[in-house]
Design a protein around this ligand. Sequence first.
Ligand SMILES: Nc1ncnc2c1ncn2[C@@H]1O[C@H](COP(=O)(O)OP(=O)(O)OP(=O)(O)O)[C@@H](O)[C@H]1O
Ligand SMILES: [Mg+2]
Length: 237
Amino acid sequence: MSAPVVELRDAAKTYPGPPPVTVLHPTTLSIDAGEQVAVVGPSGSGKSTLLAILGTLDDPTEGSVLVDGHRLAELRERDRSALRAGRIGFVFQQFHLLPTLSAVENVATGLLYSGVRHAARRRRSADALAAVGLARRLDHRPGELSGGEQQRVAIARALVREPGILFADEPTGALDTATGEGVVGLLAGIADRGTAVVVVTHDEQVAAGFSRRIRLRDGVATEQHSAHDLAEKEPIR
Ligand SMILES: Nc1ncnc2c1ncn2[C@@H]1O[C@H](COP(=O)(O)OP(=O)(O)OP(=O)(O)O)[C@@H](O)[C@H]1O
Ligand SMILES: [Mg+2]
């Protein structure tokens, strides 16, 4: 059994209001190295909220988040930032690439402030682009790439740090179906190499490609594992 990369222990999120709104009810779950997880559920069910809490972009209002076994709330801000930078990668629906930089320069921004020297940054960025199938597009700018290629650059930028876990919130939302499938296949392949991947999607077809599914409804999470009967749902808590 591998150790969890990220864990939630009774983590919940309530906005104060008035009236107060609980958008994530107390949730306990852990994500292990190399797991492939899809987060599904209707609009407004709390998918992005759950992802932001798992990815330490947002804090729960109750309960705790642990990364590599460290309780985040107990860390100093500096240690928290270092853990986040070293272990967690993010990919968003909009790619957020810098339009004036080439693909390889965009990926290299993922290594700024990491202590990696310029020449090594370029080499590692080129390697990351090769890993997403863009070895022949290093010097193209985002405007010269297709949507799917731009999303792959964004994935390479997240991967170049070699995170323990990669979060993607609707990464295929801005892509057509076939291109989106390619991107999801790529993400699943990344998990095979040991980086856990957690993908939010509206798309049940996309979710079916993942070995573990977390389904949200009104802020309550339930689990499905592909090893089980697909109709069977286990409440997380
Ligand atoms: N700052 C806030 N104050 C109050 N409620 C909020 C706030 N931010 C989000 N919410 C509510 O939390 C709920 C969950 O939002 P969330 O963005 O996590 O949903 P989602 O499942 O990602 O939806 P979508 O599929 O549309 O992206 C929604 O009902 C939303 O209105
Ligand atoms: Mg969302």
